[in-house]
Design a protein around this ligand. Structure first.
Ligand code: AMP
Length: 282
């Protein structure tokens, strides 16, 4: 695996590959890699000739400085995992390399209501920072295929809109969430859960599964399922609920018609660690 820290070196390498007609697959990450990230690498390996992974903990997408400072960093282990998955290229830029003119956000994109609800509401500025770094990375790497996880459901909807708005020539492929045996969605933040918090964390996916079952059984109205899920989560001492919402899977707006495709999205804090997850209900 080749490792590049400088934009110009990476671009020189990738330009040569593109000139040979090689397809480039790209997996942007913030490191502390787990099987979820590796599933994206593996998919890219199948579909593209060259797979590029980036590891960059983007300061502009953290609304909470403490969360940024505590974000896990396991670069040696990450490189081993990427090599084992036969990732071709790792891009490991510094903040200065990604933001040569400083981290001020100059070109904000209007994503409408999509970026205002749920994570947008609870993490002000998060999507501005995320879109800013993803656009920069896409302009640097110029991939044909971009692989992202449905675990960050709202994020991949916004990136899809970013690609459309900026007319970028890349196809976004969003892949299923990889889970631990007990259902907990894999996340870099899971390593920060202590024993008690890890035990409680299973209730996140359990609540989603229950909501999905209730929707499929068609026993209750969406609003009742949502209230029941909230009630269930709140009954656990140690789970601080930020939101549990059932929304239209495309717009993330509150559903009004029976025919709409639904998704349940959740954000909680357990033992000081913020976890998000989601599940399609229909
Ligand atoms: P992150 O390093 O958390 O920014 O994630 C990098 C990419 O990996 C994003 O596209 C995430 O949606 C994706 N990802 C994170 N967790 C998972 C998971 N459990 N399963 C599949 N993809 C994931």
């Amino acid at each position: 695996m080749l490792v590049f820290k400088q934009v110009k070196d990476l671009q020189k390498h990738l330009k040569a590959l593109a000139n040979q007609g090689q397809t480039i697959g790209f997996v942007p990450t913030m490191g502390a890699l787990h099987e979820g990230h590796i599933s994206l690498i593996k998919k890219s390996k199948k579909q593209a000739k060259c797979t590029v992974c980036s590891i960059f903990v983007n300061p502009t997408q953290f609304n909470d400085l403490k969360d940024f400072e505590k974000y896990p960093s396991t670069i040696d282990a990450d490189m081993e995992k990427l090599s084992a998955a036969k990732c071709d290229v790792l891009f490991l830029p510094s903040v200065k390399e990604m933001y040569p003119d400083g981290t001020g956000n100059k070109r904000k994109i209007d994503f409408g209501s999509l970026a205002k609800v749920l994570e947008g509401e609870h993490r002000p500025g998060h999507f501005d920072g995320m879109a800013q770094v993803v656009e920069r990375l896409l302009r640097i790497v110029k991939p044909d295929l971009l692989f992202m996880g449905l675990k960050d459901y709202q994020q991949q909807l916004i990136v899809s809109k970013l690609i459309e708005k900026r007319k970028l020539k890349v196809k976004l492929i969003a892949l299923e969430t990889m889970r631990e045996k007990d259902g907990l969605a894999m996340s870099s933040r899971n390593v920060r859960l202590d024993k008690k918090a890890r035990k409680l964390a299973v209730e996140v996916s359990r609540t989603l599964k229950e909501a999905r079952q209730q929707t499929q059984d068609n026993r209750q109205q969406t609003i009742q399922i949502q209230e029941r899920a909230l009630h269930r989560l709140q009954s656990f001492k140690g789970i601080e609920v930020e939101y549990f919402e059932i929304r239209n899977a495309k717009t993330l707006l509150v559903p009004v018609k029976k025919s709409e495709k639904l998704i349940a999205l959740i954000a909680v804090k357990i033992g000081g660690v913020r976890l998000i997850d989601n599940m399609r209900l229909s």
